[in-house]
Design a protein around this ligand. Structure first.
Ligand code: HEC
Ligand code: HEC
Length: 383
């Protein structure tokens, strides 16, 4: 096996941390000994070949995630827009960056991101967390952390002069300098390690029949029914059809138009939030977004790529109508007639009791351990 011969050469490069053990299997895939805290029967995520997981990188990333030093004017950290008690969404329609600029999209929850084959609401070209993190740090449209050519040295020096960082970087990246490369790799490792599989639904799956109420069980049957069709796009262990893990050889990267808008009668979504179309400019990609994981969905309102749906009930009523008909305002138009709408968004009839059951099921995907765990909490709070 060629890989076996390479292992002794690659190991010191790949493992990063002396205490963490990284191996490469016969298929050429990386295996660190990181404790993913993933329950039985859930496959482990893929690890990038140039940034194997380690507990030291995770802990470094956790410090960086909560640190406003890592912004132009020390006002913004990742946690400004990603709050643990909201599954790392932020409860706002859209957030503001370091200079007050409004982001056009809703802050995403950060739940089981390690399983996402694409990152952000609707971008097929963003495929690694490392690529994605550069955007909030250095992006100019919109400005989030506000780091630029003009201030990047100043910001890096702020990190260098905080005494708690030296041992953290040393443990995570021994022998390597503190740089934006190791900062991004540390942050990515924290995000990658944020797994959530301890909801009441998970307890039910593992055999505890009492973990779900009768109402939630009814809601589960509705969710997985051919009438409501939710599971086609939000199925599987991460409640999305956009998923990758170590057991998969072929990875699909699906995006769907759910009929939220139709401002010109020809299917248009409001600029700049045209989904995959924003990247490809192809008409058929208009309004196509990644189906988000529905894990912890009850705590991440408001919903959708632009935060334009206030509650789970509203989201369900839009699906029942086969899309959203906006009768007034600048974005008025009948989304139900959107020509690019996915075939599974065809509408269904549902009673008020059934809506409550479906919401009870969605609430059963809330993982209180994830929302309260010290492991994901602000490390600067304790001296
Ligand atoms: C100003 C608010 C803001 C800040 C600061 C911010 N984010 Fe985000 N984050 C967002 C928004 C909005 C999105 C959706 C972006 C899009 O669709 O273009 C997002 C998306 C993401 C995603 C993709 C999630 C997914 O499901 O694909 C990750 C990962 C992420 N952010 C991590 C971070 C990290 C790490 C930092 C700190 C370096 C950070 N964010 C800082 C608002 C913010
Ligand atoms: C054709 C695929 C598809 C089907 C079927 C579908 N969804 Fe979705 N769902 C999506 C996509 C794509 C989005 C994101 C749309 C956007 O932001 O414009 C979404 C968003 C959501 C959101 C908001 C997520 C967030 O993080 O803001 C909820 C809640 C939701 N769907 C629930 C459901 C329920 C309940 C059903 C069944 C009644 C269902 N979905 C059926 C694809 C689908």
């Amino acid at each position: 096996m060629r890989w076996r011969l390479l292992i002794p050469l690659l190991l010191p490069l790949l493992s990063g941390c002396p205490e963490s053990i990284t191996t490469i299997d016969d298929a050429g895939a990386l295996r660190s000994d990181f404790d993913w805290q993933v329950r039985a029967n859930i496959p482990l995520p893929v690890e990038p070949i140039d940034n194997a997981m380690s507990e030291a990188k995770f802990q470094l990333g956790r410090h960086l995630f909560y640190d406003p030093r890592l912004s132009s004017n020390e006002t913004i950290s990742c946690s400004s827009c990603h709050h643990q008690d909201k599954a790392f969404a932020d409860g706002r329609v859209a957030p503001r960056g370091a200079t007050g600029e409004l982001h056009p999209r809703n802050s995403q929850a950060l739940v089981n991101i390690a399983y996402n084959p694409t990152l952000t609401w609707g971008n097929p070209s963003l495929r690694t967390i490392e690529q994605q993190i550069v955007i909030p740090l250095f992006g100019e449209t919109p400005i989030e952390h506000g780091i630029s050519d003009a201030n990047q040295e100043l910001v890096l020096n702020r990190i260098l002069s905080e005494p708690r960082y030296a041992p953290l970087f040393d443990a995570a990246f021994p022998g390597q300098p503190i740089s934006y490369d190791t900062i991004v790799k540390g942050l990515a490792s924290f995000i990658r390690g944020m797994t959530s599989f301890s909801s009441n639904f998970d307890r039910y799956e593992q055999g505890d029949g009492n973990a779900l109420s009768e109402s939630a069980k009814n809601g589960m049957a509705l969710f997985f029914s051919e009438e409501l069709e939710c599971f086609h796009c939000h199925g599987g262990y991460n409640f999305t059809d956009s998923v990758q893990d170590r057991t998969m050889f072929l990875v699909d990267r699906p995006f769907h138009n759910t009929g939220l808008y139709n401002i010109d009668g020809l299917g248009a979504y409001p600029e700049p939030n045209t989904g995959v179309h924003e990247i490809t400019s192809r008409a058929q990609d208009m309004g196509r977004f990644r189906a988000p994981s529905l894990r912890n969905i009850a705590v991440t309102a408001p919903y959708m790529h632009d935060g334009s749906v206030a509650t789970l009930e509203d989201a369900i009523r839009n699906y029942a109508a086969g899309g959203r008909n906006l009768t007034a305002g600048p974005n008025a138009g009948d989304g139900r007639m959107n020509p690019y709408k996915d075939g599974f968004i065809s509408g269904f009839s549902i009673t008020d009791d059934e809506i409550n059951d479906l919401i009870a099921f969605l609430q059963s995907l809330t993982d209180d351990e994830f929302l309260n765990s010290e492991r994901f909490a602000d490390p600067w709070a304790t001296p």
